[in-house]
Design a protein around this ligand. Sequence first.
Ligand code: FUB
Length: 309
Amino acid sequence: KSALIAITVFAISAVHAVWADNPIITTEYSADPSAHIFDGRMYLYASHDRKDAKEFDMNDYHVYSTRDLQNWRDHGVALKIADISWAKGHLWAPDCGYKNGRYYLYFPADATGKYEFKVGVAVSKSPSGPFAPEAEPIEGVNGIDPAVFTDDDGVSYLLWAAGAPQIAKLTPDMKHLDGKATALAGCDHFFEGPWIFKRSGLYYLTYPAFMKGGSGDGGNGQYYDYATAKAIMGPYTYRGHFTRTQESQPWVGNIHGSQLEWKGKWYCVYHDAGQSAGHINPGFKRSVNVDLMSFGADGAIQPLVWTKA
Ligand code: FUB
């Protein structure tokens, strides 16, 4: 019996030892991580909360990568606001896609100085950048939180948030919308940050969501909710949330990230504000976490377990 207990304890600690303690990035505040596997490494494309700036006043992006989920490399500034002719500020949640030897960084920015957001694209030969932005934002995309999803048939889609999750096909050069956007229905309590992944033929659309009675803006917390569909354009069925309950979550603020499979395991990479506890505005100095995901027999995402050791 004691041998069995020892094996079980070893197995549990082995699972928890897969990555460094949360938060995984401690050199900078970082948020909104979009994770992808490129060339055998996990890359994170993240927003950058600056220590001495106002909340949400971000002006560059860092890219992080790892081969083993323990040792993370900060590749430095991959794109900055001074390089983007049309952007007036607020470089919010980005994402990166790959096609034909090029990496495409999609990023939202305030185009007028009045919180009117558009989405631009910047190109690099390397997944870590630096990325060279196109001169104009992408026509037809007014909103925040772009995410790119490439389906098994090679067609890429851009998602973004504008009241509801929006989706449109991208042209093969990845720089324009191929047709009009569709607002995806069925995503109850949607607030921002849409992300799609596919598992066993099912499309999962995940997103930060309003908490009951909350405004959804992070002031009183957000849940991570999701909906699933058999086709990328829907119809989507709302499936609830997979984060902890409001009472037990250890942070105040919003949540935003991504989910992906790597080496047979599923991960949720997202931010909270735990690292900045005690900061004057803790909810908005955010840090990236990685948690293992698990799924029920019916495909339901099981509640995340925070893996701080
Ligand atoms: O980080 C800035 C904004 O806060 C993002 O665009 C939203 O998703 C929220 O995380």
